[in-house]
Design a protein around this ligand. Structure first.
Ligand SMILES: C[S@@+](CC[C@H](N)C(=O)[O-])C[C@H]1O[C@@H](n2cnc3c(N)ncnc32)[C@H](O)[C@@H]1O
Length: 242
């Protein structure tokens, strides 16, 4: 069928789906150290959450949550080097954490930290969080963390930010009513956009705090340290899912 013959609704749906799956970040960075290659070759398969990607689960069947042995499940979006994810897993053995990160160097760094900490109450999706959203049941995430999301500073790129309706409504669907969503960022304009967009998706602001007023169980991340070095200040936003 040519474009001219395709019904308008199908054209729109296909276009929207493609746009939703555009990923503008990096998948790879510096050459991995041999120890990191070893972690990826030997540890990732055990910790990797199965049936998340369209390749592995083309029918987009919903994940079986009994694999988490009845533990509450928390989600970290874009864990970077994994310091916050491992810290939370070690501090909360009664919880199962899922971390998503498409940047392979970050995944390798996380795997090194997992070996060092000896934690096992976490799973990794080494890819886009939207693939995970597709296959999570409703209301299963008890807490979600978005630490130093990509800032996309240019105005024409603001629609790539996580704090836009495509990401936020999917997050809202998978979170339990009343559960907590935390955002840490060093970008004032990101705070502005969060205030505009996050409530529209069904979250209520509980607390906004600044430097030195982070969450009690917070651990500073690589990006937060970079922000401090470069003279930018943190903002810590806590939301409740309606
Ligand atoms: C600025 S870094 C911050 C990393 C870490 N949270 C920290 O505070 O150090 C943002 C991270 O989000 C990841 N990211 C971007 N888009 C993502 C997506 N759609 N799903 C999962 N992670 C994503 C990037 O790969 C990157 O590692």
């Amino acid at each position: 069928m040519s474009d001219a013959e395709t019904p308008k609704s199908e054209v729109r749906d296909a276009g929207e789906a493609a746009e939703r799956r555009n990923f503008y970040g990096r998948h790879k960075g510096k050459t991995l150290r041999s120890s990191q290659k070893d972690y990826l070759a030997n540890d990732l398969e055990l910790l990797r959450l199965k049936n998340v990607t369209a390749e592995e689960n083309p029918e987009r069947q919903i994940l079986d949550m009994t694999q988490f042995a009845g533990k509450p499940v928390w989600l970290e979006i874009g864990f970077g080097g994994g310091e916050h994810l491992v810290h939370m897993a070690a501090a909360n053995p009664q919880i199962h954490l899922i971390g998503c990160e498409p940047f392979v160097n970050g995944v390798a760094m996380l795997l090194g930290k997992i070996r060092a900490a000896g934690v096992s109450n976490l799973s990794i999706h080494p890819g886009d969080v939207r693939d995970l959203f597709d296959v999570l049941p409703d209301h299963v995430i008890e807490k979600a963390f978005l630490n130093y999301p990509d800032p996309w500073p240019k105005a024409r790129h603001h629609r790539r930010r996580f704090v836009t309706q495509g990401y936020l409504t999917a997050l809202h669907r998978v979170m339990r009513p009343g559960s907590e969503f935390r955002i840490a960022t060093d970008i004032p304009d990101y705070v502005r956009q969060a205030h505009e967009e996050v409530p529209v998706a069904g979250f209520r602001l509980v607390k906004e705090a600044g430097e030195g007023q982070h969450w009690q169980d917070w651990i500073s991340t690589r990006y937060e340290q970079k922000a401090f070095r470069e003279g930018r200040l943190p903002h810590y936003l806590t939301w409740a899912r309606d």
